[in-house]
Design a protein around this ligand. Structure first.
Ligand code: ZN
Length: 296
C-alpha cells in the first residue's frame, strides 16, 4: 500500500480534498488493460511502486480507489463524482452490490453537510461515479444533495438514456441519474459549460460518449480532473492503453494522448478518479514516455 496519504491541495482560497469510499487492490492489469504486457508494466515499476502498484514480492498488482473530490471555494462546495453509493442493487459487480459504507458520514465529518453542497459534477455516468447522487429514503431514491445542481453532460445523458439496460450501467441510470432529473435538480449541459471563471468543462470522449474533464484554477495554480480518461497512472506512460470498459477505444486513446501532451512538464495537477493515494500528481517527461510525479 501507499505510504503517502492524500494531502488536500490549496489553490489560493480554494481547497481540494477527497472523500474516499474504498481504496486498495484495483482490477488485474491483464484483464483491465487488454493491450498491456508484463514487460511493459515492469518497465514502469520504478516510479509506480509503492503508491500505485504493489511490489512484486506482495503480488505486484495495481492499486486504486473510489472517491469523490470535494472542492470548496469562498462561494461554493462542489463534489466531483459520487462513487458507488449505498443500498444499490449491482448484480454485475458483487463488491458493489448493496454496499454499506460510511461515505456520507465521512463527508459530514469533513464539514460538508449534504444541504450545503452547491454542485455535483459527474465526469460521466458510469456506476462508480453516480452512486451517491441519490439515497434511499422511505423506499424511494431521492437526491442526496437537495440544494445542489447536478451537472450531467447532455451527450452522456442521452447516450445512457437510450441504453439504460446496458449491463455496463448495472441499473445505475434508473436509481442514481433519472431520479435526480425527475426531481428537477439536474442541468444537462454542453461542453462549454462553466461554473464560473475558475471551474469549467473540457470534452474528453472515448471512455464514454460524453465524458468530460473539469478544469480548476485558483491562486496561480491549475488542476485537471480527468475522471476515467485515465484509470491508472500506467496510462500516463501508455496513453494508447484503453480499458476493457471504454466504449470507443480509439477515441479514448486519442483523448489520453491529447491530455498527456497538454499537461506534460507543466505545473498543472492531474486529478484522476481512481488513482490511489497520494493521487495528485504532475505529468513529467520520462525518457521517450511520461510519468506521474507526486509531491513528496
Ligand atoms: Zn470509474
Amino acid at each position: 500500500m501507499s505510504n503517502l496519504p492524500f494531502k488536500p491541495l490549496q489553490f489560493g482560497d480554494i481547497t481540494i480534498d477527497r472523500c474516499v469510499e474504498s481504496e486498495g487492490d484495483f482490477f488485474p492489469a491483464a484483464m483491465f488493460f487488454p493491450d498491456s504486457t508484463e514487460a511493459m508494466i515492469d518497465a514502469q515499476r520504478d516510479w509506480l511502486e509503492p503508491h500505485f502498484m504493489k511490489p512484486k514480492s506482495i503480488g505486484g498488482g495495481m492499486l486504486g480507489g473510489i472517491f469523490t473530490y470535494v472542492i470548496r471555494t469562498d462561494r461554493h462546495t462542489i463534489l466531483v463524482d459520487t462513487c458507488v453509493g449505498n443500498d444499490k442493487e449491482r448484480t454485475m459487480t458483487p463488491n458493489w452490490h448493496m454496499k454499506q459504507t460510511g461515505w456520507l458520514d465521512d463527508l459530514r465529518a469533513m464539514g460538508v453537510a449534504p444541504e450545503s453542497v452547491d454542485f455535483v459534477m459527474c465526469t460521466h455516468l458510469h456506476v462508480d461515479h453516480v452512486g451517491w447522487n441519490t439515497q434511499l429514503v422511505d423506499g424511494r431514491w431521492v437526491p442526496t444533495f437537495p440544494n445542489a445542481r447536478y451537472i450531467f453532460h447532455k451527450t452522456e445523458y442521452e447516450a445512457w438514456e437510450k441504453s439504460q439496460d446496458n449491463p455496463a450501467m448495472d441499473g445505475c441510470f434508473k436509481d442514481s441519474v433519472l431520479p435526480v432529473v425527475e426531481a428537477g435538480n439536474a442541468d444537462l449541459v454542453t461542453s462549454d459549460y462553466a461554473v464560473n471563471d475558475a471551474i469549467w468543462l473540457e470534452p474528453s470522449p472515448g471512455h464514454t460518449p460524453g465524458h468530460v474533464c473539469i478544469n480548476l484554477k485558483g491562486g496561480g495554480k491549475h488542476a485537471l480532473f480527468t475522471g476515467d480518461s485515465f484509470h491508472h497512472p500506467l496510462q500516463v506512460a501508455y496513453p494508447e492503453w484503453s480499458s476493457a470498459f471504454c466504449s470507443d477505444k480509439q477515441m479514448s486513446a486519442d483523448t489520453r494522448h491529447r491530455i498527456v501532451e497538454k499537461l506534460c512538464d507543466t505545473d498543472s495537477y492531474m486529478m484522476a478518479a481512481h488513482f490511489a493515494a497520494p493521487t495528485a500528481g504532475r505529468v513529467v517527461a520520462n525518457g521517450d514516455r511520461c510519468k506521474l510525479q507526486v509531491d513528496e
